[in-house]
Design a protein around this ligand. Structure first.
Ligand code: UDP
Ligand code: MG
Length: 314
């Protein structure tokens, strides 16, 4: 009698103040997972919540070794949480989703079916975006600018939910960078990709943690981590201004010596100095951002600090 070898699916789930969603999330996903011919595990990564999130997960994990928990000692940000989740997963397939149930668990079987066709990564793409107008506009600008700056062809309307195989996960973990723009790294890995369209729901409960400021930070990270265009722009603009200055100066010399005798005013000189030094400072600033980020990378600090592991052997 042959022994059936079941593939294992790891659910990688970052959590941060999700006490209102977490139990519902476990309930809904577990029901779906149990209907699949797969072994499975939940790998929750708590990103430093101080509400009941951890307590609730631990209670669930007490009677269920398939529920695993990695606790960060403080808030490291979602990118680090996802990285830790991938790091502690043991599945053949890894499915990454948020616990707020915006991407519905009933879609999981379709992700599994798609990756079993032989892809390394399957992205979920939202059928329609259920965001407010301002959020939609922000997204459109963000992804548009990002593509222009980085050349990364990230699918439009990307959902959080995505599945990838062990080979892809191992490759991901080889990326050592501290500044981790996950979508960027995913695209950089390449391999065989596919997308499926999924329904989107509203957040089950609780509030989004990504306010405008955090979104701006993400956009900023993405551009500076995956593009050197800002540096190139500064070189080009610098050159342009230099040539412009040269032409203006030559024009003044020619005008003064051959045509007219005029007095140049101080205000125009001061204006030009302020403008010029402002521009210089701006572009020195851009260079400084890259230097700062290089400095951060050069320290090679660990990406996260784990306080406790539940149902995972260290
Ligand atoms: N999250 C995290 N660390 C943070 C902020 C958010 O791990 O510092 C998690 C959060 O628990 C959620 C996911 O990232 O699972 C996405 O956050 P949210 O649903 O608030 O963002 P949105 O879907 O509105 O972009
Ligand atoms: Mg969400």
């Amino acid at each position: 009698m042959g022994v059936e070898i079941r593939k294992k699916l790891s659910l990688v789930v970052p959590v941060y103040y999700e006490e209102e969603c977490i139990l519902q999330f476990i309930k809904e996903t577990e029901a779906v997972l149990q209907s699949l011919p797969l072994d499975f595990e939940f790998v929750f990564v708590d990103d430093g919540s101080t509400d009941r999130t951890v307590e609730l997960i631990k209670t669930a994990a007490a009677g269920n070794p398939r529920i695993k928990l990695v606790e960060f000692s403080y808030n490291h940000g979602k990118q680090a949480a996802v990285t830790a989740g991938i790091n502690f997963s043991s599945g053949d397939y890894l499915l990454y989703m948020d616990p707020d149930l915006q991407d519905p668990p009933v879609e999981i079987p379709r992700f599994v079916a798609e990756i079993e066709k032989g892809y390394d990564l399957v992205f979920g793409v939202r059928k329609e975006k259920r965001d407010g107008l301002i959020n939609k506009m922000f997204s459109a600008i963000f992804w548009g600018v990002l593509e222009k700056f980085t050349g990364l062809q990230i699918p439009k309307g990307l959902a959080v939910m995505r599945i990838f195989n062990r080979k892809f996960a191992d490759k991901f973990l080889e990326y050592p960078e501290q500044n981790r723009f996950i979508e960027g790294i995913f695209m950089h890995i390449g391999m065989k990709r596919s997308t499926i369209l999924i329904e989107q729901r509203d957040r089950f409960a609780g509030k989004s943690k990504f306010n405008f400021k955090r979104k701006m930070k993400l956009a900023f990270d993405a551009i500076f981590d995956f593009s050197e265009l800002p540096l190139k722009i500064s070189v080009r603009l610098g050159l342009f201004l230099f040539l412009l200055g040269l032409i203006v100066l030559m024009g003044i010399v020619v005008a003064k010596s051959f045509f007219i005798d005029f007095q140049l005013g101080w205000p125009s000189v001061i204006g030009a100095i302020i403008l010029g030094s402002g521009l210089q400072l701006f572009f020195i600033g851009i260079a400084a951002i890259y230097i700062g980020r290089t400095y951060r990378e050069s320290k090679r600090r660990p990406l996260f600090s784990v306080k406790e592991l539940t149902n995972i052997k260290a």
